[in-house]
Structure formats: structure tokens, C-alpha cells
Design a protein around this ligand. Structure first.
Ligand code: UFG
Length: 329
């Protein structure tokens, strides 16, 4: 199959391209390199630099390449930024997807797998979260991702396109080679921030809130290795290629770890004391997010292999230790 990966120079995109290439698929990447990195572009994939909001650009890719399916990661994904600059999210995430879908329909490309998020649920009604639970996003990032799901649903009804929305919980870790990994600027995610301490880039890590209703008072999250996420995309493309109907799947390990447990595990993995400073809550953080991924296991045959937090953090550490400034020289 020839698969177009939009956002293939980003964190989860580059890991998915790597798994696709290893599986022998033909891969075409399109990325505007706004948050992606040219160094993360897999040399075995064909690369187009451009923006999905540019209809001519998207059309030209579909005209040059006979694409069987699209995997769509091209979006902004920072919850905090989405609160202060919501229209950026409506523009890139929603308008960008509208242009993409128009072009797919015009070129007869009818299968798309895309990054959705646990943020579509908002404050969970129960734990673990299942796909049929209430979706009430508490920020524009989650709202635009949920709207992307709906846009695909109705485009499917009208034009026969089929989609799989993958609702990720907390993506983390890095490729076993240590050559690609997480590199955001600014960094806001817990594990890379923790690892900046043993890397000598910060004195301590902040714990945002110690008065949540959890076992040690800090937030609980479901950390899922990026390579396991990547594998789910490949299975989702196969599912659609085999005639599967449009669908939505949670992707998580189904196990929650507190912020304190994550820091403690990073201390063990790195052998560094990693001082932590107890700080006020960060606005908009739910106390607990844990996925039920039973549906992805049953329907897609997904079987995440990196359930151990120690292993996840060790893989992230391998990347960050050797690339303290991400892809920057
Ligand atoms: N945290 C800290 N200190 C930090 C950074 C984070 O204590 O310096 C805490 C947060 O408060 C949270 C946990 O660590 O409780 C994880 O925070 P991240 O920022 O790493 O991840 P989030 O859970 O906020 O966000 C993730 C994805 C988002 C997605 C969201 C769904 O990164 O894309 O889950 O709620 F929207």
C-alpha cells in the first residue's frame, strides 16, 4: 500500500513512519515543518514540504502519488496554547482537515486514520474511560479534535469515506534506536521535563498539584509508548483496507501512574536524585485519565508491548541523553 502520512516529521508521525517502513509499506510524508523536524523525516519515505491548509499543495500530492490511505497527524496539540490561542487550533486542526477531506474526496481517496485524543472526553464520567462515554472537552484542543471526528463522520455519510479516530492517552517514550524521539519547543510534557533534570537543563521538576483525590494526591495518567501507538495506526489502516467501518478507539495501557510515581521511576532509571518541587495545580488537568483499550484489542488486534513504565522512561532517556537539545545541533 502507498500511505500518505501528514505530519510525518513530528513525534508520533515519525515513529509511525518508521514502523510502516519496517513493515515494507511505501510511505509518502507531507509536513510543513512548523513543529516537525526535517531530521525526523525517514530517508526511506518520499517527502513533500507543505501545509494541509493549502489546497493546491494537497491536490498536487494526491496527483503525483497514487495514495491508498492517509494517516493524519498534522495538527497543533498543546492544551495550554489552545486556551490562549483557540483560533490557531480552529485554523490548523479544523480548517486544515476540511481542506484535506475536500481533496481526498476529489481524488477518490477514501480511507483515513487520524490522531484524536483523550482530551475529547474532558472530565471523565468514570474510570476506565470507554469510547461510548460522554465527550465534553474542556479546552479548544480537545474540542477541535472532536470536531475533526465529526467532520469525518459526516464526510463519510455524504461521500463514502471511512475513518478511524485513535484517541491517545499520554504518548511517551522513544524509538529503540534512540535516533528519533520527542522534541517540542516549548516542552510541556511531564516525562521530557523530568529528564531535563538529569540532563543538566533544569534544577528540578514541578509537581502540578498535590491535593487531587488520588492515592498520593498527584494526577494519574495512562502512559503509552509511542511505538505501540505507531503499531495501532498500521492495524487501523489494515482494518479499513479490509473493509472495516468507520470507528473510534482509545489507545492506552489501561494502567494509571501518579506524577510522583513517574518521577520516582525516572530516578531509578537515570540514577539521578531529580529534585521535585510541589506546586499549585495546573488549570484544566483532570485528576485521573485511564483508558479502556479493550475495543482496540478486540477489533484491531492491538497488543501494546511496552506496559512497563520503567521501560518507557528508559527509552525516552536513551533519546534525551543523546539529544539534549532535541534535533537542534
Ligand atoms: N505535570 C507536572 N509537572 C510538569 C508537567 C506536567 O506535574 O512539569 C503533570 C500534569 O499536571 C499532568 C501530568 O503531569 O497531571 C501529565 O502532563 P502532560 O502535560 O505530560 O500530559 P497531559 O496529561 O496534560 O496531556 C496529555 C497529552 C495531551 C492530551 C491530554 C489529554 O499530552 O495532548 O493528555 O488530557 F490532550
Amino acid at each position: 500500500m502507498k500511505i500518505l502520512v501528514l505530519g510525518g516529521a513530528g513525534y508520533i508521525g515519525s515513529h509511525t513512519v518508521s514502523e510502516l517502513v519496517d513493515a515494507g509499506e511505501e510511505v509518502v510524508i507531507a509536513d510543513n515543518l512548523e513543529t516537525g523536524h526535517i531530521e525526523a523525516v525517514n530517508p526511506k519515505a518520499k517527502f513533500y514540504e507543505g501545509d494541509i491548509r493549502n489546497r493546491e499543495f494537497v491536490d498536487s500530492v494526491f496527483e503525483n502519488e497514487k495514495i491508498d490511505a492517509v494517516i493524519h497527524f498534522a495538527a497543533n496539540s498543546l492544551v495550554g496554547e489552545s486556551m490562549t490561542n483557540p483560533l490557531k487550533y480552529y485554523d490548523n486542526n479544523l480548517y486544515g482537515t476540511k481542506v484535506l477531506l475536500e481533496s481526498m474526496v476529489a481524488h477518490g481517496v477514501d480511507k483515513i486514520v487520524f490522531s484524536s485524543t483523550a482530551a475529547t472526553y474532558g472530565e471523565p464520567e468514570s474510570i476506565p474511560i470507554v469510547e461510548t462515554d460522554r465527550t465534553e472537552p474542556t479546552n479548544p484542543y480537545g474540542e477541535t479534535k472532536l470536531s475533526m471526528e465529526k467532520m469525518m463522520k459526516w464526510t463519510g455519510v455524504a461521500h463514502g469515506l471511512r475513518y478511524v479516530a485513535l484517541r491517545y492517552f499520554n504518548a511517551c517514550g522513544a524509538h529503540e534506536s534512540g535516533e528519533i524521539g520527542e522534541a517540542h519547543s516549548p516542552e510541556t510534557h511531564l516525562i521530557p521535563l523530568i529528564l531535563q533534570v538529569p540532563n543538566g537543563q533544569r534544577e528540578s521538576v514541578s509537581i502540578f498539584g498535590t491535593d487531587y483525590d488520588t492515592k498520593d494526591g498527584t494526577c494519574v495518567r495512562d502512559y503509552i509508548h509511542v511505538t505501540d501507538l505507531a503499531q495501532a495506526h498500521i492495524l487501523a489502516v489494515k482494518y479499513l483496507a479490509d473493509g472495516g467501518e468507520s470507528n473510534v478507539f482509545n489507545l492506552g495501557n489501561g494502567v494509571g501512574f501518579t506524577v510522583k510515581e513517574v518521577i520516582e521511576t525516572a530516578r531509578k532509571v537515570t540514577g539521578h536524585p531529580i529534585p521535585a518541587v510541589e506546586s499549585p495545580r495546573r488549570g484544566g488537568d483532570p485528576a485521573k485519565l485511564i483508558a479502556s483499550s479493550e475495543k482496540a484489542r478486540k477489533v484491531l488486534g492491538w497488543n501494546p508491548e511496552h506496559a512497563s513504565l520503567e521501560e518507557i522512561i528508559a527509552s525516552a532517556w536513551k533519546w534525551h541523553k543523546n539529544h539534549p537539545n532535541g534535533y537542534a545541533k
